[in-house]
Design a protein around this ligand. Structure first.
Ligand SMILES: Cc1ncc(COP(=O)(O)O)c(C=O)c1O
Length: 392
């Protein structure tokens, strides 16, 4: 049979039916599994036969989720973790050692930069940041001890796009692991492995769940690298709960239709904001004014569900605008059915000094919308009335 299409893989990758002949996959909410004989137990522990032993490192629901994500991301192997940050941290802690050097894009999720700035240095691992657009900077960042290059594209929170083909070629020639956080795009819009990524990282908490319910993460990629991460999780415990895996695998069944609607609503909001007199600038990967439009189109099939904008006025105006929103939730999450407005300077990136924030284009007036699945007219109406009432 020819390879199934993305949407079909998302629905039909599932565990074998049990004797009960259920149609929807059951939940294996069990911490351990039994073996029939002492000999079988010994073989399972030695890895001589396949089978589930203990849900910290093997469970049918987590296996189904990682198998499905591997097909969707076109990667050889994968593991799922208790959160996106567990995936980010595991990928670094398992694959780097004292004396290594890691390269990262400067614009990156606040907690990831915390790991790079405050945890890895404790273990003798140095970081060099590069501005995502600085092609010479990427080349110059490599050292003889560089081991990993980590980036987000689009980046959090300002939706900058990294040229994955170019950066992966630098990584190949320097024998460096290329790791991409694909949480904003999802495998439906972008598959970093096709642009040379060795590892793809996800916060499944975002669009993979898509309904703001559970935390989860994934590390997908080359088998030799994922195997090392698997051993790390097995021994240190950042395992995903079977319940969350069950939720997330079911959520993937609707990822494509949800993303289509997130994207079309986001395009309309970006268009509305770019024509509004209270808006300084709009950032959206597939917007005609984006200087990175060609690159964004080459890497992403649609522009995604996040829209950034710079509001005119000072930070007090920003606070007034946020308070005036009625439909939009004021929360730091993204990728939910519910539209969300986030003010990165005072929330997700508040640990950075104002100077550091400006270096990654987070101004006091910058807002990030996670455009939800409500009717677009209601989303626009809410933003419009908040812009009006927060004026002057
Ligand atoms: C790009 C990115 N990576 C990783 C994470 C961390 O994910 P989690 O909250 O599931 O730990 C986030 C969370 O916002 C994120 O935006």
């Amino acid at each position: 049979m020819q390879e199934l299409n993305f949407e079909t893989q998302a629905i039909r990758t599932q565990l074998e039916q049990t004797a009960h002949k259920e149609h929807s996959v059951p939940l294996f909410l069990t911490s351990s599994f039994t073996f029939d004989t002492a000999e079988e137990g010994a073989q399972l522990f030695k890895g001589e036969v396949e089978g589930n032993l203990y849900s910290r490192f093997s469970n049918p629901n987590t296996q189904e989720l990682s198998d499905k994500l591997c097909l969707m991301e076109k990667t050889e192997a994968g593991i799922v973790t208790s959160s996106g940050m567990a995936a980010v941290f595991t990928s670094m802690a398992a694959l780097l050692k004292a004396g290594d050097h890691i390269i990262s894009c400067r614009s990156i999720f606040g907690n990831t930069s915390y790991i790079l700035d405050h945890l890895l240095p404790n273990w003798g691992i140095d970081v060099t940041y590069v501005d995502i657009h600085d092609m010479d900077g990427w080349e110059a960042a490599f050292r003889t001890n560089s081991k990993m290059l980590y980036l987000e594209t689009p980046s959090n929170p300002n939706l900058q796009i990294a040229d994955m083909k170019y950066i992966s070629s630098l990584c190949k020639s320097n024998d460096v692991i290329f790791s991409v956080d694909n949480c904003f795009a999802t495998p439906y819009l972008q598959k970093p492995s096709l642009f040379g990524a060795d590892l793809v990282i996800h916060s499944a908490t975002k669009y993979i769940d898509g309904q703001g319910r559970v935390l989860g993460g994934a590390i997908l990629g080359k088998k030799d690298l994922v195997d090392i991460c698997y051993d790390f999780v097995r021994r240190t415990g950042a395992a995903l709960s079977p319940f969350n895996a069950w939720i997330l695998s079911k959520s993937l069944e609707t990822l494509s239709i949800r993303m289509d609607r997130h994207c079309s609503n986001a395009v309309t909001l970006a268009e509305f904001l770019s024509g509004h007199s209270e808006i300084e600038k709009v950032i959206y990967p597939h917007h005609r004014d984006n200087p990175q439009l060609a690159l964004a189109k080459a890497q992403m099939s649609q522009g995604g569900g996040l829209v950034g904008c710079e509001l005119k006025g000072d930070s007090q105006r920003g606070a007034k605008f946020l308070n005036a929103l009625k439909l939009h939730s004021k929360t730091a999450n993204l990728g939910d059915t519910r539209s969300i407005a986030t003010h990165p300077a005072t929330t997700t990136h508040s640990k950075l000094s104002s100077e550091q924030q400006l270096k990654v284009d987070i101004t006091p007036g910058y807002f990030r919308f996670s455009v939800g699945l409500e009717h677009i007219d209601d989303i626009l109406q809410d933003v419009e009335q908040a812009l009006d009432t927060s004026k002057g």
